[in-house]
Design a protein around this ligand. Sequence first.
Ligand SMILES: *Cc1c(COP(=O)(O)O)cnc(C)c1O
Length: 433
Amino acid sequence: MTHATAQTIFDLTAADIQPTLEFARWCDAHDPLAKFRDAFELPCGADGTPLAYMAGNSLGLMAKATRALIAEELDLWANHGAEGHVRGKRPWVEYHEHFRAGLAMLAGGMESEVVAMNTLTANLHFLMMSFYRPEGARRRILVERGAFPSDRFAVRSFVRAIGGDVERDIIEVAPREGDDCLRTIDILEAIAREGESLALVLLSGVQYYTGQVLEMARITSAAHAVGARSGWDLAHAIGNVELRLHDWGADFACWCSYKYLNGGPGAVAGAFIHERHHASPPPRLEGWWGTNSRTRFAMGPDFDPAPGADAWQVSNPPILSLAPLLASFEVFRAAGMGRLIAKARAMTGFIEIALRHRAPKRVHILTPSATSERGCQLSISVDSGDSAARALFDSLLPKGIVCDFRHPRVIRAAPAPLYTRFEDCWRLVDALS
Ligand SMILES: *Cc1c(COP(=O)(O)O)cnc(C)c1O
């Protein structure tokens, strides 16, 4: 091996990358984050060897510390019943508070701006109630034509539920004819064109199908420049790319926690509500868990809001579905988001270059090649007919490679840097070649 200059994967340059298994193994041996793989349970194939798991954008793997954290809460319940609300290591009345530091770090917000609550689509509805407030001529909401179906259903049903007109009030941006991805300029132009008719811009930080990272800071500023609000669905962004929601000035954001955050199936989701909306909040749908924890159990008739984003909570959270996140956040804290992003870039760069060497021309990557426009997901289009694409995808699992398939011919591979090895990336390339 000739890696005279690179000490670790963090100082590899494109010129260092070689499309070989030996190179992948060199990377794994020189990956300062490699040890974090041991913190996770690794699904294995029939032969007992770990699968090349690249579906962390769908369901992240389970941190080994998860079982003990859930067991702690089960024991508290078993041994103390309702007393568990106020005793034990993490009393349930304040359990959600243990997620603030991790969420603030991952979302780039202040601790008062983030809260773990509900599920993603539910949060979209709750936050639209607060931040999509059509008034007079300002009633349009800008979304993306290729949005994840749940977001589309949420927006359309919400517009209808408040008496709006789906055709009139929803504006869609889409990639240009022949393009795979959105262009920032087209989004900015649509915002400027709508101007005073625009109430809300609601987009995904990372597009689920293509893996494209949108320019969240610029789009947020453009929305504000025309007097609209800016909300983000960060399902594929949190734990994957750098987020600085507070500095960018986003009005709100929400995400699920079972993808890159490894919270487990149906995990409790999260939300961000910018500080500027805390003192005199917009209308919101309220419940008892949004009240001040000091007075909550006085059971008074008036809503005494908790400070910050906590006031948007409605119900007491499902403790057993929150516990796994504690384990995952600890690994994120120890690994560091900056290093994880650097590793993801090295892995996607390796896959891309190796695919270019090895794979036939009929395979192309939809995800933008600029590192600032991608996270760890690569969406690989198989351009030789839909059934050939499906057949190629179906050949992966028997080879121990877990990706997912999106109609009609896209294979999504997400080498999550917390637990994926370069050798796994190599296996993917080899299987596609
Ligand atoms: C995964 C995902 C969802 C899923 O919604 P749930 O409410 O968590 O079931 C919604 N929107 C986007 C963009 C997603 O990526």
